[in-house]
Write a protein that binds this ligand. Structure first.
Ligand code: AMP
Ligand code: MG
Length: 348
């Protein structure tokens, strides 16, 4: 989201899942019109519209509309912007009804569903714990157990009520954070707008999380590359004509305290940052689902694979660069044919 706090949140790996086109020869009947706006959700952004040659102006209009969608979602759901609807909820007093857009309403409903389905691992109400660990990062001191317990008790879904007129909190201390899902939602909104513009193919990539539809400029399926979380190399790739791929990585963003890196993903069951998973890549029909489940599996690890909803697939690299394992659900394993070799065992 916009304006990440650079001191405590370090971007180590930029795009983990990247896209590329491949094919044997040029097909001049279609062109890919590309837009790479800066400053979208505080990360890199690439929007691609594949259209019949001669329809570039239509593609440009679609791309501009898609960019507007992404910026609007950020403006509504960022915790970095005081003016967002999410910040208004977080500031609100107990009992106050905060009016919210249909977009935020739908992301809150979805986030709560994933909270239930993931046995509490994905918890958009864990904002007090995120704040606590960010403050600890700035102070360079680990939080005390009592502070962790207090942060855990400050906010839960029971504190939030969705009414016709908006959202009402039961306690002032309750706080939301949609950092684990808003990007995916924004990608879906941009994708829908671009698809409605009449393109033969669409790709929306925000910070390495992608959604694709239709074909690339050569009339082929989009190639999705999953990067090795320990180095700037390919782990595996697969072709996709429709769907979204989102990656959560422990070492992608973190706070550093006493020389130790702590993940930006919090395990709501303990109040501590998770320390097991370098990389979780999730494939789903839409990006909001892939994004939320990538964060959920970041907490649950391979044990969470059994909780994935039907037709959601995942590839997990568990461990570190000295000792790691690859896990996947059955559908992902079938898609890849064979699982890639664990990246820690490859000669690097
Ligand atoms: P992602 O990179 O999509 O995995 O999202 C990580 C972001 O989600 C963090 O920077 C937090 O803003 C938020 N977050 C951290 N832990 C959780 C959690 N257990 N459930 C939901 N959101 C979380
Ligand atoms: Mg996520």
């Amino acid at each position: 989201m916009a304006g990440r706090v650079a001191v405590v949140v370090v971007v180590l790996l930029t795009a983990i899942a990247i896209w590329q086109t491949r094919g044997t020869g040029p097909d001049l009947s279609r062109v890919a019109v590309v837009r790479s706006p800066a400053g979208v959700m505080g990360t890199t952004c690439t929007l691609v519209a594949v259209v019949p040659a001669g329809r570039e102006a239509m593609a440009q209009r679609g791309l501009e509309a898609a960019e507007r969608e992404l910026r609007e979602v950020d403006a509504l759901m960022s915790t970095y912007l005081e003016s967002s609807e999410l910040s208004a909820i977080n500031r609100a007093a107990a009992g106050e009804v905060v009016p919210v857009s249909t977009q935020l309403r739908s992301v809150l409903r979805f986030s709560r569903e994933v909270w239930q389905a993931s046995n509490g691992a994905f918890d958009a109400t864990c904002r007090p714990m995120i704040d606590l660990w960010r403050r600890a990062g700035r102070a360079g001191r680990l939080p005390l157990d009592d502070d962790i317990a207090a942060a855990r008790s400050r906010s839960s879904w029971e504190d939030f009520e969705q009414l016709a007129g908006g959202v009402r909190k039961g306690r002032q201390s309750a706080r939301l954070d949609l950092g684990g899902v808003a990007k995916g939602y924004g990608i879906d909104r941009a994708f829908d707008v671009l698809s409605a513009a009449g393109c033969d193919g669409v790709l929306v990539d925000v910070g390495g999380d992608v959604r694709v539809g239709g074909c690339d400029a050569r009339g082929e399926r989009w190639m999705i590359t999953v990067r090795d979380p320990f180095g700037d190399r390919r782990l595996t790739d697969f072709a996709l004509d429709a769907g979204a791929v989102c990656t959560s990585g422990n070492y992608e963003r973190y706070v550093e305290i006493g020389g130790v890196r702590y993940s930006h993903i919090i395990d709501p069951r303990t109040g501590h940052p998770v320390d097991r998973l370098p990389s979780v890549t999730v494939l789903a029909a839409d990006a909001v689902t892939a994004d939320a489940w990538a964060t959920a599996l970041g907490v649950l690890g391979a044990e969470g694979l059994g909780l994935l909803p039907p037709s959601v697939e995942a590839l997990i690299v568990e461990g570190d660069e000295n000792s790691c394992r690859i896990h996947a659900d059955e559908a992902m394993e079938q898609r890849l044919g064979t699982l890639p070799a664990p990246p820690c065992e490859v000669d690097r």
